[in-house]
Design a protein around this ligand. Structure first.
Ligand code: 26W
Length: 808
């Protein structure tokens, strides 16, 4: 690796500023300096990328293609400098040129090309695949607007557009020579020639896909991979015939359709809407990607017959499912293969990861939409579906099973079933979740092809989520474990367990947390004007807002605490600050009401002198990757309180754990594996287990019974109806829990059933906090045992068990 000196960086920065912005360092804005820094690092990575590609080609290595509609990258400047081993030098160079390096890092916008867990996972995995020297490429859409920015106005969420590219495009390397053409609509004509059936798509609308590559540097390696983001352009800028006839609008139509494709990221998380534009986005990026992979493969090998030996396509949930019929299309229509050969290669190339069991999130597309927008793809899907159905019938001889497992049924295309039929592997993202897939959601398919079903528990990039964002803790770990080995082998963290009775170590740990809390308080004051009490427990729930994640349960408990305080001003001895951060999908009304409720409650508590220095609630606006990066190191309590069986894994839970926060949680998703390594004594478990949830639903859950039985619960619930000092009533939420509304059952996510148990867990947690020695001990155990949640471990499992590619 080429060590880059401070002086060399200074010179490169000055020259980039000059050539790109025509400015000397003293004239440049922070934004310009941030872009110049990106360009300097991009140059280094581009050179290494070329070398990496050469090695891959020369050694005929198998490649991984990771397809995802979302990559929630966040900021890249500090991350890339860190991985390239030049972070200290870059900071110094920036200071020498008259800038505060912190301000330059802050000037970078988050690349928010994702909603939440699924998108952030893809970003962490790019880092690990690269660090483990796996030849891998990520593929997605180069959205013009990332996930909306959230403003809170009078307690309510307002969405603003996120023009991330204004500065963020500095990372993007356009590769127009590798553009692809993607066809929509038109009609299919079949004809025989030279004894072959030929299929052509006529009168289709063509969109050009232009790749923009974002370089990904690994840690401790020269290996560089890329994230390829496709932008959409009209293939024919204007229809000159129409234009000549004066039909200007019509002439521009194709252009508008093309440009709409890469305009926005859909902000729905865990809720499927059958929007035609979304389907176009999916096919657009899938088709461009498959053509790009096949072109490169042909360049190297001259045939597609060995495609599966040299490529594996991992799809992040069902959003890129169309890779299956698209591969078939290329193999059959373009390469002239017969169906059986094409199917054999396809089904040995594609692997599918499922990330949710929520029924409303499972993708189903109307047949008519497929037929009209993607006529050739529809033909292929129908053929796959017919053959699959025959297999099910031969295996089960049971119409009920056929109906459940069918791909095309009731005028819909079910994407998950298409993935199961056309993929070589199906995996869930935590032990519990994979069990639920095998025994419940995909039970019949699993019974037919058990070898396909696997588990790979999620992981996070511990270099970003620990070392980079928590330098204090990073320093302690390096001191205690004797160096930086833990950066490339997270299991080294286990060594920390040996210091659980070492008072000086525990004191240092406490001191690091205290400093991080203060840093966060400064950040909150500066960015939002909120004053945080750093003597209080920082009790945090940050994640997308969804009913199954039960932010409302957290709220009910806080209301109960507040009411306790009303009855007895000495009821709280330990100051407690509850922090929330969450974006709601813009069309998800209930989620938006819950945000408003949190803000109403925060305002009430803020204005009640009884709560001073005792109780505080803060809603953090615009929760995003870069906010999480300051919040995680400062957090003491991690709220992971979803209804058991609903959170596929969770990854925020892992970030908190690595930064020494203690978890209050249900036995759901990866919390189960967390509990396996921590035991009851090192986390605060509560609530029904997944099987008990199922049983309670089975016998008929009546939340009113819990309401009637528990006066504390009743009082907290009733406060929803009356509301708080701003006069807003939350009777709608109250009714939703007790009565159910608009077809959804009363208290669908069992908040009332878990309320008492949750309050009790929070009490246990607060009592433990009163014993700092014990608390810090638990915190240390959490950090020590978090190594299993490193993305490196997860990627090694994908590589060994699903992709069959070698790795470092
Ligand atoms: C079609 C609309 C839509 C959009 C996004 C449906 C489903 C999704 C995602 C699959 C939702 C998601 O992000 N799931 C989360 O994935 C994480 C990574 O595996 C898990 O840790 C979370 O538990 C899961 O909710």
């Amino acid at each position: 690796m080429t060590p880059l000196t401070t002086q060399a960086l200074e010179e490169s920065l000055s020259s980039k500023l000059m050539t790109n912005f025509g400015k000397a360092p003293e004239e440049a804005t922070e934004g310009e300096m941030m872009r110049a820094s990106a360009l300097v690092l991009r140059d280094i990575m581009a050179m290494r990328e070329v070398e990496t590609r050469k090695r891959t080609r020369l050694n005929r290595k198998k490649q991984v293609h990771y397809l995802s509609m979302e990559f929630l990258m966040g900021r890249s400047l500090m991350k890339n400098a860190y991985n390239l081993g030049v972070l200290p030098q870059l900071k110094e160079a920036l200071e020498h040129l008259g800038f505060k390096s912190g301000d330059i890092f802050e000037a970078e916008p988050d690349a928010a090309l994702g909603n939440g867990g699924l998108g952030r996972l893809a970003a962490c995995y790019l880092d690990s695949m690269t660090t483990l020297d796996i030849p891998a490429t990520g593929y997605s859409i180069c959205y013009e607007l990332g996930l909306f920015k959230q403003k809170i106005v009078e307690g309510q969420q307002v969405e603003l557009p996120d023009h991330w590219k204004d500065l963020g495009a500095a990372w993007l390397l356009p590769k127009p020579a590798e553009a692809q053409r993607v066809s929509f609509g038109g009609t299919i004509r079949e004809f025989w020639n030279d004894g072959h059936l030929h299929i052509v798509n006529e009168n289709a609308t063509t969109v050009t896909a232009i790749p923009y590559d974002m370089e990904i540097a690994g840690y401790g390696t020269d290996h560089v991979n890329v994230l390829r983001l496709w932008d959409a352009r009209p293939a024919n800028p204007v229809d000159m015939n129409l234009f000549g006839r004066g039909e200007y609008l019509k002439a521009a139509e194709e252009q508008a359709m093309a440009e709409a494709i890469a305009k926005i990221l859909y902000p729905e998380d865990n809720h499927m809407e059958g929007k035609s534009l979304r389907l176009k986005q999916q096919y657009f990026f899938v088709s461009a990607t498959i053509q790009s992979i096949c072109t490169k493969h042909l360049d190297t090998y001259g045939t597609l017959k060995n495609f599966h030996e040299k490529n594996v396509i991992q799809i992040n949930d069902t959003h890129p499912t169309l890779v299956i019929p698209e591969l078939m299309r290329v193999f059959i229509d373009d390469a002239g293969m017969n169906w059986d050969d094409a199917w054999s290669i396809t089904t040995q190339s594609v692997a599918y990861t499922n990330h949710t069991v929520l029924a409303e999130a499972l993708e189903r597309w109307p047949q008519t939409l497929m037929e009209r927008r993607l006529p050739r793809i529809w033909q292929i899907i129908l053929e796959i579906s017919n053959r699959w159905q025959k297999r099910i019938e031969d295996f089960y001889h049971d119409p009920a099973k056929t109906e459940k497992m069918a791909i095309v049924w009731g005028n819909e295309v079910r994407m998950a079933n298409l993935c199961i039929a056309g993929g070589m592997a199906v995996n869930g993202v935590s032990g519990l979740h994979s069990d639920i897939l095998r025994n419940d959601v995909f039970r019949d398919a699993c019974n037919m092809e058990p070898q396909k079903f696997q588990n790979v528990t999620n992981g996070i990039d511990h270099r970003r989520w620990l070392s980079e964002i928590n330098p204090g803790l990073d320093g302690l770990i390096k001191d205690l474990t004797g160096g930086d080995a833990y950066l490339s082998d997270a299991s080294v963290l286990q060594k920390l367990d040996a210091f659980a009775d070492d008072k000086t170590v525990l004191d240092r740990l406490a001191e690091i947390k205290r400093k991080n809390k203060e840093l966060f308080a400064v950040h909150a004051k500066r960015s939002r004007g909120v004053l945080l009490n750093t003597d209080a427990i920082f009790d945090v729930q940050v994640k997308r807002l969804h009913e199954y994640k039960r932010q409302l349960l957290n709220v009910l408990h806080i209301i109960a605490l507040y009411q306790r305080l009303q009855d007895n001003p000495n009821a709280i001895t330990q100051p407690h600050t509850f922090l929330f951060g969450a974006k709601a999908a813009p069309g998800y009304e209930v989620a938006k009401r819950i945000i408003r409720l949190i803000n109403s409650l925060a305002d009430q508590i803020d204005h009640d002198p009884i709560c001073r220095d005792k109780l505080q609630v803060v809603f953090l606006e615009n929760y995003r990757v870069s906010l999480a990066e300051v919040l995680m190191p400062a957090s003491e309590v991690s709220q992971q309180i979803s209804t058991a069986g609903k959170e596929a894994s969770g990854t925020g839970n892992m970030k908190f754990m690595m930064n020494g926060a203690l978890t209050v949680g249900t036995l759901d998703g990866a919390n189960v594996e967390m509990h396996d390594v921590l035991g009851d004594e090192n986390m605060f478990l509560f609530g029904l287990h997944a099987d008990e949830v199922a049983a309670l639903r089975q016998e008929g859950y009546v939340p009113l019974r819990w309401y009637n039985r528990d006066p504390g619960l009743r009082q907290a619930m009733d406060a929803l109806r009356t509301g708080f000092r701003d006069g807003v009533s939350y009777d709608d939420l109250y009714q939703r829990l007790l009565q159910g509304m608009g077809g959804s059952p009363a208290d669908e996510y069992l908040l009332l059933a878990d309320f008492a148990s949750y309050c009790e867990a929070e009490d246990r947690m607060t009592a433990t906090y009163a014993d700092p020695y014990r608390w810090n001990q638990i915190s240390l155990h959490n950090i020590a045992r978090s190594g299993i949640f490193a993305a490196d471990r997860a990627i090694a499992q994908y590589a060994d068990n699903i992709w069959h590619v070698p790795h470092k």
